[in-house]
Design a protein around this ligand. Sequence first.
Ligand SMILES: C[S@@+](CC[C@H](N)C(=O)[O-])C[C@H]1O[C@@H](n2cnc3c(N)ncnc32)[C@H](O)[C@@H]1O
Length: 202
Amino acid sequence: MRKKKNLLPRLEAVSDFFIKDISEFEDFSNIYLEIGCGKGTFITESAKRNPKRQYVAIEKVSSVILLAAEKAARENLKNVRFYLGDAENLRDLKNSNFCDKIFLNFSDPWPRTRHAKRRLTADGFLELYKKLLSSDGEIQMKTDNTELFDFSLETFPANGFELSEVTRDLHAEVAPWNIVTEYEQNFVSQGVPIKRLVAKLQ
Ligand SMILES: C[S@@+](CC[C@H](N)C(=O)[O-])C[C@H]1O[C@@H](n2cnc3c(N)ncnc32)[C@H](O)[C@@H]1O
């Protein structure tokens, strides 16, 4: 994405929505966490539908998380916060079990084998999510990418997760609860089937 005009003042204008230091995660409990929120359609719509639930979204690209935070500000949402940074930073946290759900929506597929460790469903990340999730917590994943989906169908069970709600064509089903993300909208309009799964700790 091109560098946003006035990025810094615009970030400043919505700074109340941001977690400034990773240590602030140490105050959280029972949150719903999205990793890689992009422009924030999913997290803001989720927060609107469930005002009693606290939502946190992580995104490493400042120009897109800005748009997500501006959306939350326009909607005057009180139950969503944003963290600008890499999900890897969560490894530094002292606390654990503070997420009831983790959402991975259209995560970067990293198709090359030598980059496999960067996939958000690679073993190293699943180890991290095990630490973050509460005992009956779950991960919900959606993707357009068959290779990433097949990879995840192996890594989740290999790391002690039980899979459910596995589908290779979410939009062929009746799913009024589904919140369509920006990437999802794009893929659906191109006729690409959306894959989805839910993974719970056994
Ligand atoms: C393909 S986009 C999908 C955006 C959005 N979830 C959607 O469905 O429209 C993936 C997003 O995840 C972010 N991302 C990827 N890896 C990340 C990481 N390790 N930590 C934080 N954000 C990450 C990228 O910067 C990008 O904005």
